[in-house]
Design a binder for this molecule. Structure first.
Ligand code: NDP
Length: 416
């Protein structure tokens, strides 16, 4: 399969576009579409500025409202795209997936579908939307790899790889996401504030003893000794991958921990308690209807504008506990990514970089056939070895820390 249509013109789309350009001998033509044509043109300009194209080839911008299924189908056909990488907002997933099923095009995304009207849904999240289209994918022989960013995405592959390689049985998987970087602003979110806050305003679900457990956000705190980042404070948070991994891996405890500074929590709590994170409109004294969250979004820094000044590193990985050969075993499988290096290479910070690179690695595995399985899957259902090996070469290096020490993981060094 060849020719890529990238949907979205944000930080992650920028990384995806650069990485596709760096691999266009395999991926073919590259098309970028969002509602704002100028965003797509800016990405193309930066690819030319940095000389990212592996070889001369098509690189084109398009204006598209991807909520419009017919317009999306038209663009897929007009560009002869065989793989769509959906890195637009999570509200677009179902319309883009439908366009892919109806045109027989492979589909990738990096986040679970969200309904703008529903702030937080109860598990089973994937079951509410994407998984309802499984049979349709199978009938159309369409490959759809869901949630192939870093978390969800790489952390799912890490779990699968570690279970296959280091364990006979696994008791718990703790996914730990720490951003030890600094953007130097008083307060900002690393991606769309609306999406960011939606994640934290409601119940934090975790998978405990083979059952869903509801927790309050910021109720459970845990400090971890993370490589490079050092002692890091995290809080139990609900996240997409807990749902699919709990269904697919047979592990009794799966939790997601996100790093937050005290400052972030204080500002967030004030905004929330004042009602400024509400999506319900209020009427001002002058009779204007305004949505508080939209006002907050308007006054916060544009997440993309943080990238040039961002310094420090992210460290994201899975701490896995279980048994091997009758003995207790503990393994941390992880990646460290540098904000500045990411910016110098592709013009985005490390959070966008860690989400975008895996999506392109997955596209390459579909293009080359290994992951082109003609059905809908989550990442942990696929063989992780080639994926990890490919990402090692594309800028995201996987390491493992265990009682035996800390080393790079390179599952199949000569395959690609
Ligand atoms: P941004 O908000 O920066 O970008 C989203 C883009 O979607 C915008 O450029 C917007 O452009 C475009 N868009 C929105 N609505 C439409 C529409 N109707 N039609 C076409 N394009 C549209 O987000 P990010 O780049 O930071 O993130 C992209 C995705 O990646 C999100 O789903 C996010 O949740 C996910 N993500 C996943 C991570 C992971 O590790 N798995 C980590 C980080 C992000 P315009 O307004 O011009 O249309």
């Amino acid at each position: 399969k060849r020719n890529i249509l990238i949907i979205g013109g944000g930080g992650v789309a920028r990384v995806v576009a650069h990485k596709c350009a760096q691999n266009n001998a395999v991926l073919g033509d590259i098309h970028i579409a969002s509602r704002t044509l100028a965003k797509c043109h800016a990405i193309i300009d930066s690819i030319h500025d940095k000389g990212s194209l592996q070889r001369p080839g098509t690189l084109q911008a398009h204006a598209l409202d991807a909520m419009d299924i017919e317009a999306t189908k038209f663009l897929i056909r007009a560009t002869r795209s065989q793989i769509v990488i959906n890195v637009g907002s999570p509200f677009l997933n179902m319309s883009v997936l439908t366009a892919c099923i109806e045109t027989g095009t492979a589909y990738l995304d990096t986040a679970i579908h969200e309904d703008p009207e529903k702030v937080c849904e109860n598990p089973p999240w994937y079951g509410n939307y994407e998984w309802k289209r499984r049979q349709a994918c199978k009938n159309a022989r369409v490959t759809a790899v869901l949630g192939v960013g870093f978390d969800p995405g790489v952390v799912n592959a890490y779990a699968r790889y570690a279970m296959d390689t280091y364990f006979d049985s696994v008791e718990s998987i703790d996914i730990i996401d720490v951003n030890a970087g600094s953007h130097g602003r008083y307060f900002a979110t690393n991606f769309d504030p609306e999406i960011n806050f939606r994640e934290f305003v409601s119940t934090a679900w975790s998978w405990e003893n083979n059952a869903w457990k509801a927790n309050a956000m910021f109720e459970h705190r845990k400090d971890w000794d993370m490589p490079v980042a050092g002692l890091s404070t995290t809080y139990l948070t609900g996240h997409d991958e807990i749902h699919s991994m709990s269904k697919n891996l047979g592990v009794p405890n799966i939790r997601f921990w996100m790093g937050f500074s005290e400052h972030y929590i204080n500002v967030f709590t004030v905004l929330k308690n004042l009602g400024l994170l509400s999506q319900h409109s209020v009427r001002t004294a002058r009779g204007q209807e305004i949505v508080p969250l939209e006002v907050v979004k308007a006054v916060l820094p544009d997440p993309a504008s943080l990238a040039p000044a961002y310094s420090g590193k992210t460290c994201i990985g899975d701490l896995i506990k279980g048994r091997k050969d009758g003995l207790p075993q503990e393994v941390l499988i992880y990646n460290v990514c540098d904000h500045k290096t990411s910016f110098e290479e592709v013009g985005s910070q490390a959070i966008s970089y860690t989400a975008g690179v895996p999506a392109v690695a997955a596209a390459m595995l579909i293009a080359e056939g290994t992951w082109d399985i003609g059905e809908m899957v989550n990442v942990e259902e696929l063989d992780p070895k080639l994926f990890i090996a490919l990402m090692n070469r594309m800028g995201l290096v996987t390491r493992v820390r265990s009682a035996q020490g800390d080393h790079i993981v390179d599952p199949q060094p000569d395959v690609i």
